[in-house]
Design a protein around this ligand. Sequence first.
Ligand SMILES: [Cu+2]
Length: 163
Amino acid sequence: MRKKFLLIALGAVALLALGAVASGCGGSDDSASTAAESSEATETTTSAPAAGGETLTIEMDDYKFIPADATAKAGSVTIDAENVGAMPHELVLAKSDLDPAKLPTTSNGEVDESALDIVGEAADVAPGDTGSFSADLEPGSYVMICNLPGHYAAGMYGSLTVK
Ligand SMILES: [Cu+2]
């Protein structure tokens, strides 16, 4: 599949090169960027179905994740963060060996996200809604937090172990 795609991409580049020669120098930059964009689009379409990727559902209740300590297999993982609580929540996932209860915080008590290696986020999920994101997870320890004001301090954090 990938080889075939590369051949098509090479073919497109060759055609564009011929076109640039035929039409002179003008506009060759535009043609090149158009080709890059369409190649990207093709690749995205080709790999769109997260084939074999695991889906992990994490419920977000008022000030807690369920399960609080999740596990997943390494590789492409789609996380569905389902808000079963009465207020908005979010799920921020970061690769970290730190205790999720003892993450670096800013002066207002929120987690200092700039100090973390964020790998994905379902931001501002309304009650009853589900926020989703996919990430290519390598084995290791991850922390998940809700960093809406006051939620982390109220205990809204958990861990994800990827094996
Ligand atoms: Cu929250």
